[in-house]
Design a protein. Sequence first.
Length: 159
Amino acid sequence: MTRTVRCKINGRETETAVDVRASLTDMLRNEYRLTSVKKGCEVGECGACNVIINGECFNSCIYLAVWADGKEITTTEGLISASGELSALQQAFIDEGAVQCGFCTPGFLMSAQEIIDSGKEYSDEELRRLLSGHLCRCTGYENIFRAVRKVTKAAHKAG
Ligand code: FES
Ligand code: FES
């Protein structure tokens, strides 16, 4: 059985018919070729598939595609500016050496973006806890933490 899902993805209105059992990960990857959304554990434990839905980060592997109807979704592709420039967050990941194989990176970026968008100032300990839902098999945690800390600090100075 299929159902039509209309939603805004990375600022663009979309519409497609999906299997009612399909995950949002599958819809984003298969219908829209948004391959930054990674398939890791597929049971909500590693964070590789994280996307932002109406301002909140979710594991898209355990989120049904049909639930996305009427919602606004952002993936890592949506962080890039219209002119093709990387966001400050993406650049910080590069500058701090926070990307190794890169498999976990889009999920981390989405959680970090949610943190930045919250406008709240977090302690190092809180920030580590907020990022703790992600697994990085290359164990680049310290560099990832540094990249996110750098951008949250800069956002607060600017604000
Ligand atoms: S693939 Fe979704 S949490 Fe691991
Ligand atoms: S950079 Fe390889 S899994 Fe994190």
